[in-house]
Design a protein around this ligand. Structure first.
Ligand SMILES: [Zn+2]
Length: 247
């Protein structure tokens, strides 16, 4: 192993270089960003960060290319739910901490994935399994594969350590409100929206409501900043979050 293999800039499993932190050159690359929320300072998200309690937890398995994209919504979940865990996905080596957590009987983990292929039909469960886990005093965990559709499919197929877990498809009529990337379909929810719907269906209504408002503020703030527009009047979601902070 050469010295470069152990550098933090390399994937520990393959030795391949990791994407550099600043590689992402989106529109607005030269905008001054807030160090707290990584949004353009013009419409910073920090004043609207409100924590919420939930029974269920969200663990993100994030594709390495997704991590540093400022438009990623997975990070919003951790801002609201303090117990959120974020793991980087590598094909060859599972995260040691994730492997340990998956073996911990306190948790009832579910991989969130559509049930559109027959070869894992025997692993597919419904939301009733989440409620059963709660009744057994276990902590339901939604493992969300955070990446593009293609990346998520690859992560699902190439991660042997997920093969023993139940698969929970998200069934919802919700259409995406995400404005920062163009979805292939209105039915394709972004990562934060997936978490919101899972929390709501799992009975964590308050946490879902806070995250939904926080997602709206992120969406509106980011979209406005792309046009160098400052949001002058607080939106309804902003007003609700500020009121919660005052409580
Ligand atoms: Zn900020």
């Amino acid at each position: 192993m050469s010295a470069s293999d152990t550098s933090p800039e390399c994937d520990p499993a393959t030795g391949h270089p990791r994407p550099p932190r600043r590689e992402f050159k989106a529109r607005g690359s030269f905008v001054i960003r807030c160090e707290g929320c990584n949004l353009p300072k013009l419409n910073c998200l920090c004043p609207y960060q409100v924590k919420a309690e939930s029974h269920a937890q969200v663990w993100l398995l994030t594709h390495p290319l997704e991590h540093y994209k400022p438009t990623n919504t997975g990070r919003l979940i951790g801002d609201v739910l303090a117990q959120t865990q974020v793991f980087t996905w590598y094909r060859t080596a599972p995260d040691a901490q994730l492997t340990a957590l998956l073996a911990d009987p306190r948790y009832a983990p579910f991989v969130i994935f559509p049930d559109d292929q027959p070869d894992y039909a025997d692993r597919v469960v419904g939301m009733d399994a989440v409620h059963s886990a709660k009744r057994e005093s276990r902590i339901p965990v939604f493992i969300i594969l955070d990446g593009t559709w293609r990346q998520a499919r690859r992560m699902f197929r190439k991660s042997a350590y997920l093969d023993g877990l139940p698969v929970l498809p998200l069934r919802t009529e919700r259409e995406t409100r995400y404005r920062l990337r163009k979805p292939a379909s209105k039915a394709h929810l972004c990562t934060a929206e997936v978490a919101i719907e899972l929390l709501r269906q799992g009975g964590d209504d308050n946490a879902a409501a806070v995250l939904d408002d926080y997602f709206d503020v992120f969406n509106d703030s980011y979209a406005a900043s792309r046009f160098y527009k400052k949001i002058a009047e607080p939106t309804e979601a902003m007003t609700r979050l500020l009121a919660r902070q005052a409580d």
